[in-house]
Design a protein around this ligand. Structure first.
Ligand SMILES: CC(C)(COP(=O)(O)OP(=O)(O)OC[C@H]1O[C@@H](n2cnc3c(N)ncnc32)[C@H](O)[C@@H]1OP(=O)(O)O)[C@@H](O)C(=O)NCCC(=O)NCCS
Length: 194
């Protein structure tokens, strides 16, 4: 396995891999994302526009089996930055972690931990960011699609040094599996000092 950081224009050629992984992996609980190529193009364009974004790739030979993304919060869309602005927080101080997606066959060997280490190291490298943050979808506990054996990632994120601030919430809209229209999901933010 090779873990590789990709930045700048070099990101472009990996966009189809990222879209493919997001569509495959985010079908599962708690995302239930009904993959949408147009949504993916718009979402991933943000990473191409940002000069300080990073994608960490997990490669098995030539094949991309996992990826993890991050960029300065100020380069993110308004619906991500809005709760920070509403609270008077300076968005220039935060580095935003987008997602980690890994083929299930490659889980449990520390790649998820590396994804955090690589993104934190990338963010620290600029010397201007005080904290890393990400947001996670909040689904009702009694949701009919929730698998009985689901283990939430909260403990994993806590071990990475992040803490949830349930008072800082935004909403992302996407189309759930089997639905005809997009619906808004509450997304709660997690933080770690860099
Ligand atoms: C999140 C994700 C990338 C983690 O990948 P991973 O490479 O399996 O994670 P790691 O091997 O680094 O292990 C992470 C932790 O889970 C534990 N773990 C790994 N496999 C495990 C298993 N089969 N059973 C129990 N615990 C396990 C590890 O011990 C580690 O614990 P630690 O926090 O004490 O170090 C992966 O699970 C994934 O793609 N999930 C679906 C998408 C998702 O939810 N992404 C996150 C939000 S965008």
């Amino acid at each position: 396995m090779i873990i590789e950081r990709v930045t700048g224009e070099a990101l472009r050629r990996h966009i189809p891999d990222l879209a493919r992984l997001r569509i495959e992996i985010f079908r599962a609980w708690p995302y239930l994302y009904e993959g949408d190529e147009a949504y993916e193009r718009k979402y991933l364009e943000t990473y191409l526009r940002s000069s300080r974004s990073v994608v960490v790739l997990a490669l098995d030979g030539e094949r991309v089996v996992g990826a993890s993304t991050a960029l300065p919060l100020e380069d993110e869309a308004d619906y991500v930055t809005a709760p920070f602005a509403a609270r008077g927080l300076d968005i220039a101080r935060f580095f935003y972690f987008g997602e980690s997606v890994l083929d299930p066959a490659y889980r449990g060997r520390g790649i998820g931990v590396r994804f955090f280490e690589e993104r934190e190291s990338h963010a620290r490298g600029f010397g201007t960011f005080e904290a890393a943050c990400f947001c996670a979808v909040q689904r009702p506990d009694d949701h009919p699609a929730k698998p009985g054996d689901y283990v939430p990632l909260d403990a994993f994120w806590t071990r990475r040094g992040f803490a949830k601030d349930p008072s800082l919430v935004t909403h992302f809209a996407w189309r759930d599996l089997g639905e005809t229209a997009e619906t808004e999901k509450p997304m709660a933010f997690w933080f770690k000092r860099l």
